[in-house]
Design a protein around this ligand. Sequence first.
Ligand code: NAI
Length: 375
Amino acid sequence: MTVASRLDAGGFTGPDYPLAGAIPLNLMASKGPTRSGERGMMKHKITLIPGDGIGPEVTAATLKVIEAAGIEVEWETINAGADAFEKHGQYLPDELMDSIHRNRVAIKGPISTPVGKGFSSINVALRKALMLYANFRPIKNLPGVKTRFENVDIIVVRENTEDLYSGLEHVVVPGVVESLKIITAEASTRIARFAFEYARRHGRKKITSIHKANIMKLSDGLFLECVRNVAHLYPEIAYEEMIVDNTCMQMVLDPQQFDVMLLENLYGDIVSDLGAGLVGGLGLVPGANLGEDCAIFEPAHGSAPKIAGKSMANPTAMLLSAVLMFQHLGESEKASLIASAVEKVYAHGKARTPDLGGTTSTTQFADAVVQHLVN
Ligand code: NAI
């Protein structure tokens, strides 16, 4: 089955939760996620990776809300990264990979990667090992969160498997290092199909392809060529191209001009954080890593070591990642319930974690969401 026909086979049936814009449901329609239990009492089996830094705190807050929403889940909790190395002698334990292959769906807290030394990114390794080729991040204002811009509603679609994240670096001679940027027609076409198919199914009007093909004529040139070939198949969707440096300026001058942004891996990483800044910060932006066989949902933010262990982290990004996950699992009603409880907390204006200028702790924020679930 081709990527396009698999996408066509997907359900895309959930209600359009405004933040998430309803991500592709049942992407892996031929191989559904795992459930257990009797008919009518179905329990989702989901792999849970708490991560490190603020990961375990935002995870605990999210589990509390999921439980209060009455969603039946059998969690398989297995960590990755430095914590896992201490316990299992592996940064990415076989047990974890088996669990994700079995359950097809995972939710994950952030995992730290040492800077300039040490082991390679576990996040990148997971995405590559499971061929989670599409990184999907909805960037949208939340009601009641004051930011410089209103009416920001951007979907960032980032290629997740190649580019400079190939990890191919070597010392040519002392003092000279080469880092290889890999761009293939296959991966570029695949991510373009994903972005255009998403736009078509969710009534998005425009795709902006971001590049630096004026300088990287071959690599970014190939990416653009592949995207243009796909764009022809979607005449109803406006298509434009923008050089990445200009894009960053445009985003902070007039972010409302963007609808769906399509980017290679590195530009997508940078632009996601920039986008998060437009709507109140990294604590608010959820994400999904989607492939044909499985999906991992995780916030856009990292492990925020400076605030770890202090119950200062904003759990919203993780909570909204869970919303995306339950939409994906076909639990649209429960997903909307959690999403609107989060929105009510913000609209109410009282509970604010320190990143948004308040004093509410991570656990107090989760309690506030639970309150709004029932009221
Ligand atoms: P970061 O996202 O952890 O932090 C950037 C800034 O945002 C910091 O000021 C932090 O305090 C704040 N922040 C992030 N999430 C927040 C939340 N939920 N609530 C309140 N404030 C929040 O990015 P940084 O500092 O560049 O990276 C830290 C570590 O995280 C690194 O080891 C990096 O490799 C890792 N990382 C992991 C990711 C993942 O697991 N997917 C993604 C990005 C970074």
